[in-house]
Design a protein around this ligand. Structure first.
Ligand code: MN
Length: 467
C-alpha cells in the first residue's frame, strides 16, 4: 500500500529529477503527518498519497503532484511556509498556500461556506492547478467517504455533485467528473443508484455480446479496406450520466443505445472519416443519429464522430470515432494542456466568476450555481469562436464579453444574419455579429438590459467617469 512506484508509473516520461522531487515530498509528508490519523483510525498519510495519486492520474506536472502530497501540511502540522519554500521551491509553496487558503471548506453556516467558495474561485483564477489539487483532494475524500459519520456523508456528497463535479465538467476533465458523480450518486440518491446499477448489469451482458461480435466483424471490414492502424475498446456509460439520460427518456431503457459504445481511436482526422465510411458502407446507420462533433464540436469542446448502426443480428450499437488527441482532450481537458506546459491558463468563465463574487452578497453561492453551472448559453462569433454567457444575456453582454471597447461603442447587431436591437436576449447557438460606431456610448438604460456582472461593472464605470 502507498507504493511510490504506483505514482512514478503514472507520470509520462518521468525523469530522475522528477523521481527525486516526488520521493522527497512523499517522505516529507509521511514524516510530518506521522502522528496524524483520519477519523477512521487509518494514517492521515493515506489521504495525501491518495490525493497525489489522483493528481498523477490526470497527467499533471511534478510540482502539482508534490503539492498534492503536502497540501495539508501547513494547515494541519504547523510547518512554516518558509520551510516548504526552502524544501520545494516557490511554485510548490504557491500551490500549497492556494489550497491552504481555501481551508477545509467546512459547512459552518452559509456565510462561512460562501466565503470559502469565493476563495476557491479567486485562487483558481490565479492558477488553475490549485483547483485541480482541490478536486483531487475531494475525490479522495469521496473515495473514503464510508468512514465519515452518516449525517456528514450526505452533505459532502451533495456538495460534490452540485459544485465539484460541475467544476470538473467545466474544465473538461471527464474522468474526474465521472468519478466524482458516480461516487456521490450512491450517497445522494441511494435507491436510484441501486436501480441504475441493476439496469446496467442486466443490459451490459447483452450489449457486450453484441459488441464482441461486432468488433470482430468491423476489424475484418477495416482490414478489407486497408485500414490497419487503430485502437478499439468499449466504454460503458457512467451510472450518473445514465441516470440523467433515463430521466430525460422517461425511464425507457430500450430507447437508450449508448449504454455501451464501441470506440475506435486513430491517428489522423482523415482516418476518422475513412472509418466512418467503412462502417456505413457495411452497416445501416440509424437515421438522425450520425453526429459529427469533429466538424462541429460540442460546446465544452468535445470532438468525436458518433454513429449508431444496426448490426444485422438484431442489435443496435453506437460507434465513436476519434483521434488520440481528441481522446486525451475529452478525458483530461484542461489537465491535458497543463501536463505539457505548467501554466496559469484560466478560462473566460472563471474570470467572470471572480468578477462576480466581488459584488455578490451572501447568496453568492446560490447565484453562482445558477449562473455558472446550470443556466448557460453558448453563442458564436462570426468566425465561430464560442462565447459562453449566463442564460438571458443580451447583445450588450456579448459585446462586453468580447472587449470593453466593443461594449462601449455598440449600436446594433446581426443575429444569425438578421438585424437586431442590442437589447435582444440571445439563445444558445446564435451567431452574433456586433456593429459599433465611434461616437456611440453607454447609457443608463443599458443597465436594465444586461445580465452579466461584467457588463454592469463596465457600464457603471463608464457612466461614473463621464460625470
Ligand atoms: Mn486534504
Amino acid at each position: 500500500m502507498n507504493d511510490i512506484k504506483e505514482i512514478f508509473s503514472l507520470v509520462r516520461d518521468i525523469s530522475e529529477n522528477d523521481k527525486i522531487a516526488i520521493q522527497k515530498a512523499y517522505d516529507f509528508a509521511k514524516e510530518k503527518h506521522i502522528e496524524h490519523k483520519r477519523k477512521s483510525g487509518e494514517p492521515y498519510f493515506n489521504h495525501l498519497f491518495g490525493t497525489a495519486k489522483n493528481i498523477a492520474s490526470l497527467g499533471m506536472d511534478t510540482e502539482t503532484i508534490v503539492a498534492g502530497f503536502i497540501h495539508d501540511t501547513i494547515e494541519d502540522t504547523g510547518v512554516l511556509p518558509e520551510v516548504v519554500e526552502n524544501e520545494f521551491g516557490k511554485e510548490v509553496l504557491f500551490l500549497v498556500e492556494g489550497v491552504t487558503k481555501l481551508g477545509k471548506i467546512k459547512y459552518q453556516g452559509t456565510n462561512r461556506y460562501n466565503e470559502s467558495m469565493r476563495k476557491l474561485f479567486v485562487a483558481m483564477a490565479q492558477d488553475i492547478r490549485v483547483l485541480i489539487i482541490k478536486l483531487c483532494d475531494r475525490l479522495n475524500n469521496m473515495q473514503t467517504l464510508q468512514h465519515v459519520p452518516k449525517e456528514k456523508q450526505m452533505r459532502i456528497a451533495k456538495e460534490t455533485l452540485e459544485i465539484y463535479a460541475p467544476l470538473a465538467y467545466r474544465l473538461g476533465i471527464k474522468t474526474l467528473q465521472r468519478e466524482l458523480e458516480d461516487l456521490s450518486f450512491s450517497y445522494v440518491y441511494p435507491k436510484e443508484y441501486e436501480e441504475i446499477k441493476k439496469i446496467i448489469k442486466k443490459k451490459k451482458d447483452e450489449v457486450e455480446k453484441h459488441l464482441d461480435n461486432f468488433e470482430k466483424s468491423l476489424k475484418k471490414e477495416l482490414a478489407k479496406n486497408g485500414v490497419t492502424e487503430f485502437r478499439m475498446d468499449h466504454r460503458v456509460k457512467s451510472l450518473y450520466s445514465l441516470y440523467k439520460k433515463l430521466q430525460k427518456y422517461k425511464w425507457d431503457v430500450e430507447s437508450i443505445y449508448d449504454i455501451s459504445a464501441l470506440r475506435v481511436t486513430v491517428k489522423e482526422v482523415a482516418d476518422c472519416y475513412r472509418i466512418l465510411g467503412v462502417v456505413h458502407g457495411a452497416w445501416r446507420p440509424l437515421p438522425g443519429r450520425i453526429k459529427d462533433y469533429i466538424a462541429s464540436p460540442k460546446l465544452n469542446g468535445y470532438k468525436s464522430i458518433h454513429t449508431t448502426i444496426f448490426t444485422g443480428d438484431g442489435g443496435i450499437i453506437e460507434v465513436q470515432i476519434r483521434t488520440e488527441e481528441m481522446h486525451n482532450e475529452a478525458e483530461y481537458g484542461v489537465a491535458s494542456h497543463l501536463s505539457y506546459k505548467a501554466g496559469k491558463k484560466t478560462t473566460n468563465w472563471i474570470q467572470e466568476m471572480v468578477e462576480f463574487q466581488k459584488e455578490a452578497g451572501d447568496d453568492f453561492l446560490e447565484h453562482a450555481k445558477k449562473d455558472f453551472f446550470e443556466e448557460r448559453i453558448f453563442v458564436f462569433t462570426p468566425i465561430g469562436d464560442v462565447i459562453d454567457l449566463p442564460k438571458d444575456s443580451t447583445v450588450i453582454d456579448f459585446a462586453y464579453n468580447i472587449h470593453t471597447d466593443v461594449g462601449n461603442h455598440i449600436v446594433g447587431a446581426k443575429i444569425n444574419g438578421k438585424f437586431s436591437a442590442i437589447t435582444t436576449v440571445l439563445q444558445s447557438g446564435d451567431r452574433v455579429e456586433v456593429e459599433t460606431k465611434k461616437n456611440a456610448k453607454p447609457n443608463k438604460k443599458w443597465l436594465e438590459n444586461c445580465k452579466t456582472t461584467l457588463a454592469r461593472r463596465r457600464i457603471n464605470h463608464y457612466l461614473e467617469n463621464i460625470k
